[in-house]
Ligand binder design. Structure first.
Ligand code: B1M
Length: 209
């Protein structure tokens, strides 16, 4: 099997040792860093597809994301030296009052796996901190997560705070167990995703539109 195929397979299986040694082998063989990155992203795309189809669950996604992360730690300096940067930036956080972060972290990992630069603001993030991050980082996407029916209304004030910045280009997407597409429409967000893999499809679609 070629180094790139074995890398893709290692990410799909969440085998971090094999993923790391495949990246090292591919770099030693002087394969283009972009091709190595593409193999990693293909592996994570497959993980996302299987997660969406309920063929695998949260632990398998976390293990695959760890294999991706450790591979990226080796590949990233090479990509930077070659002038290859993620094309798109996303800011993500759980809205104010809400401390749940497992789903938000999964979405962040899947976005990284899709080769987005992800700035994670953490949990309990006030609207003004999201707005500040939009001004500072000029992201393409802002992702808001909420797990409580009592913190869902904080998504509305966060969307309003972001819309008040001068950045009219940024797309705002929502997710979390109590959130729905209707709610996203009602508060003027650009999209809603029910799970982490759909969140990748959604942001790719929004960026392409
Ligand atoms: Co909390 N909690 N919790 N909790 N907790 C829930 C959410 C609850 C449903 C449990 C219950 O009562 N059955 C309930 C909410 C009820 C409601 O609002 N209607 C609840 C409550 C009430 C509370 C407290 C108020 C309890 C208390 O103190 N009395 C308190 C609130 C604290 C606070 O936030 N201020 C609280 C605290 C906690 C812990 C700290 C103990 C812990 C959080 C640990 C952590 O996150 N680091 C916790 C947990 C673990 C849960 C449950 C059990 C699991 C949540 C989870 O991580 N799911 C949850 C019950 C349940 O869901 N079974 C519950 C796994 C995760 C992968 O799924 O987060 O849904 P999820 O993410 C999915 C999608 O929703 C989506 O993709 C993810 C993966 O596919 N998604 C996005 C999420 N964010 C997205 C963003 C996107 C797109 C998709 O775009 C940006």
């Amino acid at each position: 099997m070629s180094f790139l195929l074995s890398l893709e397979e290692a990410v799909k299986q969440g085998n971090r040792n094999s993923a790391v040694s495949s990246v090292e082998d591919a770099l030693s063989a002087k394969l283009p860093p972009q091709d190595i990155l593409d193999a990693l992203v293909k592996g994570m795309d497959d993980v996302g597809r299987r997660f969406k189809a309920n063929a695998i669950f949260v632990p398998e996604v976390l293990i695959a994301a760890r294999a991706m992360k450790e591979s990226m730690a080796i590949l990233e300096p090479v990509l930077v030296a070659a002038g290859i940067q993620p094309e798109y930036t996303a800011v993500i956080g759980t809205v104010t009052g809400d401390l749940h972060d497992i789903g938000k972290n999964l979405v962040g990992m899947m976005w990284r796996g899709a080769n987005f630069k992800v700035i994670d603001l953490g949990t309990n993030v006030p609207p003004e901190k999201f707005a500040e991050a939009v001004v500072t980082h000029k992201p393409d996407i802002v992702g808001l997560s909420a797990l409580l029916t009592t913190t869902m209304p904080n998504m509305k004030i966060t969307v309003e705070a972001i819309r008040k910045t001068s950045d009219s280009r940024v797309k705002i997407v929502l997710g979390g167990a109590p959130v729905t597409q209707d709610y996203a429409d009602e508060i003027g967000a650009d999209g809603y995703a029910s799970d982490a893999a759909s969140a990748v499809d959604l942001v790719r679609k929004l960026i392409a539109s």
